[in-house]
Design a protein around this ligand. Structure first.
Ligand SMILES: Cc1cc2nc3c(=O)[nH]c(=O)nc-3n(C[C@H](O)[C@H](O)[C@H](O)COP(=O)(O)OP(=O)(O)OC[C@H]3O[C@@H](n4cnc5c(N)ncnc54)[C@H](O)[C@@H]3O)c2cc1C
Length: 459
């Protein structure tokens, strides 16, 4: 009789961020023996350095900014000020309250063995952690992503900031050159500009926020410039960074012209790259520098090894990592009824003021796919709420197919991350613009712009 192979665990999860945590708890609750290995802080990027601390600081910044400009509403605000160490204390309190940051005990309470250390595959069913060997029947790789500094001469010789280290500064720099005009770069640009920093954003594409449709970058560039003095240097390549007294000198080229600037600090906010250096080749898991390859069930080329979250390299959102983690857990528990993650209605968010949220296909996506579409844009200034709040910049844009089914939408408005969910539902359940337009929308809500854009398409 063949000897039954025994493993130390049924499942070992590598990485305790959003991509790892959901699966670890789901599988442990089903009675399996689960271990989770974490090289850094338990909870991963989102509660420790990403979503939670940045949004805590952005909330405080936006409150300060609104109050400072309250004179037009009859609010006396000339005495407004801030204390940066207190702002940092607020951010730290939020991280603590969230409960996920650094929280190893959470896993232990869930019956998951939590191990600190760097996991490295030795073979398809075995890893090393702190020189101990551990085996499992299944693995979930959820090692996330990290910033890889661009190859810019001189950059590695200066002490530049990253989205992580900028959260630890004790006061905002007087001036800041941000390399990268994507979501993180733009959020941090607005944050620092509100606290008085002169900000430059250098973006190689022809607009900031190049992942969104053209109007988004254009309106945000104008708002950031007019309201916060932020200079967007689009179509700009950073050539060199050198020390310049106590600050830095940045040389860049724009429109064929080479220029240089003196700034206090430089922030590298270029794209993140998947963390794939864990001996995957020893486990026959195929990957590239762009991420781990998985099938529609999130199985890698070694079918008992699943992967989820930023390490897949196609998205950088906590809710996507959580979705994939749940799908991976389901599929390893229910091999005969596997499911596939549905990304069609996953919102994409930028937490600036106004906020930016989009879902489904963008206009650019439709153009690339040669899809015949209709589109309508409702500028915020045509709805009553923009008058009572004295805020008019922004819009809701909806895209439908020729039958009126909503394919995608973009919202640039206050509370965009909330407004988008109506459109998320519409994309997921293939509602038509006529159905959305016929749905009552509360008078004096920003969501009225959704009804107006839908009604334009339904005519
Ligand atoms: C500044 C910033 C703001 C963001 N804001 C938002 C937001 O508002 N909303 C949103 O949806 N998304 C946001 N994101 C993106 C979001 O944080 C990520 O998509 C999410 O954290 C991905 O989760 P993950 O589990 O895949 O990776 P991570 O959270 O990065 O977790 C991976 C973990 O694996 C560990 N690890 C790596 N290698 C090993 C190894 N060999 N052994 C053991 N452990 C290992 C790492 O230490 C890490 O803790 C933001 C990101 C940043 C950087």
């Amino acid at each position: 009789m063949a000897k039954k192979i025994t493993f130390d665990y049924d499942l070992i999860v590598i990485g305790s961020g959003a991509g790892g945590s959901a699966a670890a708890t789901i599988v442990a609750r089903s009675g399996k023996r689960v271990a989770i290995v974490e090289a850094g802080a338990f909870g991963g990027e989102s509660p420790n350095w990403g979503d939670v601390p940045t949004k805590a600081l952005l909330h405080a910044a936006q409150l300060y900014d609104e109050a400072k400009h309250g004179t037009r509403f009859g609010i006396r605000s000339s005495m407004m000020g801030y204390n940066y160490p207190s702002l940092n204390a607020w951010k730290d309190l939020v991280i603590k309250r969230t409960g996920a940051g650094g929280n190893r005990r959470y896993y232990e309470n869930e019956g998951v063995t939590a191990l600190r250390g760097i996991a490295h595959f030795l073979s398809p069913n075995e890893i090393s952690v702190n020189r101990h060997h551990l085996s499992a029947e299944y693995f979930l790789v959820a090692t996330g992503s990290h910033i890889e500094a661009p190859d810019i001469p001189g950059l590695s010789n200066v002490k530049y900031l990253t989205p992580r280290t900028i959260l630890e500064v004790t006061r905002p720099p007087k001036s800041l050159f941000i390399i990268g005009g994507g979501t993180t770069g733009v959020e941090l640009a607005q944050l620092m500009a509100i606290f008085g920093t002169k900000v430059y954003i250098a973006e190689i594409a022809s607009r900031i926020l190049p992942q969104e449709d053209e109007e988004v970058g254009a309106v945000m560039e104008r708002i950031l410039k007019e309201q916060k003095g932020v200079t967007s240097l689009t179509q700009t390549r950073t050539l060199m960074v050198t020390k310049d007294g106590v600050g830095k000198r940045v040389t860049y080229t724009r429109g064929g012209v080479e220029k240089s600037l003196h700034v206090d600090d430089v922030l590298v906010a270029t794209g993140r790259v998947p963390t794939v250096d864990l001996g995957l080749e020893n486990a026959s898991v195929a990957y590239t520098p762009k991420g781990i390859e998985v099938n529609e069930h999130l199985q890698t080329t070694a079918r008992h090894i699943f992967a989820a979250g930023d390490v897949l390299g196609h998205s950088s959102h906590t809710h996507t990592a959580l979705l994939e983690s749940r799908v991976a857990a389901h599929n390893l528990l229910h091999a005969k009824s596997k499911v596939t993650p549905d990304y069609t209605a996953t919102p994409r968010l930028t937490f600036t003021f106004p906020g930016i949220a989009s879902v489904g296909l963008s206009e650019d996506d439709c153009l690339k796919r040669d899809l015949p579409i209709n589109k309508a844009v409702a500028p915020l200034n045509i709805i009553a709420r923009s008058n009572t709040s004295d805020f008019r910049d922004g819009f809701v844009k909806i895209i439908t197919d020729k039958k009126g089914v909503i394919l995608g939408a973009t919202v640039v408005a206050p509370h965009a991350a909330e407004i988008i969910h109506e459109l998320t539902l519409a994309v997921k359940y293939q509602l038509t613009s006529a159905q959305v337009a016929a749905t009552p929308h509360a008078f004096l809500s920003w969501s009225e712009a959704v009804r107006v854009a839908s009604a334009k398409l339904a005519q």
